[in-house]
Design a protein. Structure first.
Length: 377
């Protein structure tokens, strides 16, 4: 990536030489050019929110910016990219969206997230640290910035305008108004599930901002809950890509002897899963881990993996994450252990499972979704 501060070698995480997606895009480059051309002062506290692969903080590392991200993969990519470009460990503080933000922010740079709810939550958390002299600049591709995005900046921080588009990217300029009366942060949000979805029927679900379908149960998960496998006795089960944890919580309620591991790369998701689990008073043992899929889980140590894999990486459609999840599941399952997957019918997961496991069976299906089972031989 070429910037006014020099050229930087950047990759995504986990690094894959076959991956043709870059670790930056035109919106990152646009923001960095703007900071240089306008000679924005960076001597104070600089905070970068939503930096997807660390491109922004790597370029701005001489100014010791603080990164705030919801993504474990983005945080690991940032660590790797900083090291790759000779930045000493500790130069750039790495915070998560669950951490307390800095008490004072002089420059706030926001990479607009896909989730409007996550943007709302983060702006409300950061607003008290801004002052009248703070510089606030958002960035994103044109298709990521909507009227609702601008209205959110204006309602929470102050007067907002946008730049002209360059290479399909746009900037957001906001002038903080410390006297603005801000709304109460509605996150985390809790609701009760409807009847007919197994052990979690009528029970509470807690969602932090940015979690998929945070204000309702999505139809794919609802279908999955109606077709989960029955388990009994001491089983080690993984809710892989756990989201708000409703799937793992359902299994734990049905089998109090089960040990359930909730895993997601989103800090918001794992916080939601833990809150959902605790809100239901599950008598079993739950473990909550933010990480890169099943990395760190011992091989041959798991009886059952439940998985609703994502098929998007930000704006890109890809099956790379699902394939890594399936491969990781095969590694951690004991012989005879099972992977259960819910997915859209058109994604063709059955072909990928047969290639990895040598088998794949349809447990349930409807016109939109299919639940598949693969057994570790």
């Amino acid at each position: 990536m070429t910037t006014p501060w020099g050229e930087f070698a950047l990759t995504r995480f986990p690094e894959d030489p076959r991956d043709r997606l870059r670790a930056w895009d035109a919106s990152d480059a646009y923001l960095l050019r703007h900071l240089a051309e306008e000679r924005v002062g960076l001597s104070g506290t600089v905070v970068v929110v939503g930096d997807r692969w660390g491109a922004l903080v790597t370029a701005l590392a001489p100014h010791a910016p603080t990164q705030i991200t919801d993504s474990y993969l983005a945080q690991e990519a940032t660590r790797a990219n900083l090291a790759r470009n000779g930045v000493a460990p500790g130069t750039v503080p790495l915070l998560t969206t669950q951490d307390a933000p800095p008490e004072r922010i002089d420059v706030l740079l926001v990479r607009v997230p896909k989730s409007l709810a996550l943007l709302e939550d983060q702006l409300l958390r950061l607003a008290p640290a801004l002052h009248a002299g703070s510089v606030v600049v958002g960035t994103g591709m044109v298709k990521e910035i909507h009227t609702s995005t601008l209205e959110l900046f204006e309602r929470i921080l102050g007067p907002t305008r946008t730049s002209l588009a360059r290479q399909k990217a746009r900037l957001i300029f906001c002038t903080p108004d410390p006297a603005l009366e801000r709304p109460v942060n509605p996150w985390p949000y809790s609701y009760r599930l409807e009847e007919g979805v197994g052990p979690v029927s009528g029970r509470p679900v807690v969602n932090h901002a940015g979690v998929f379908c945070a204000d309702r149960l999505d139809i794919g998960t609802r279908f999955f809950l109606r077709h989960l496998p029955a388990t009994d006795g001491p089983r080690r089960i993984v809710d892989l890509g756990c989201g708000n944890g409703v799937v793992g919580t359902s299994v734990a309620l049905a089998n109090p002897e089960a040990e359930v591991l909730f895993v997601d790369e989103s800090f918001q998701a794992v916080a939601s899963a833990e809150a959902t689990y605790k809100a239901n008073g599950v008598p079993g043992h739950g473990e909550f881990r933010v990480g890169d899929g099943l990395a760190g889980v011992a091989s041959g140590s798991v009886d059952l993996v439940l998985n609703n894999p994502p098929f998007h990486s930000h704006q890109a459609t890809t099956d790379a994450t699902a394939l890594r999840m399936f491969s990781g599941a095969r590694r951690v399952l004991r012989p005879g252990g099972e992977l259960w997957v819910i997915g859209n019918r058109h994604l063709g997961y059955h072909v990928k499972l047969r290639r990895l496991f040598g088998n794949s069976a349809v447990v349930a299906s409807d016109p939109k979704f299919v639940v598949l089972r693969a057994v570790r031989r």
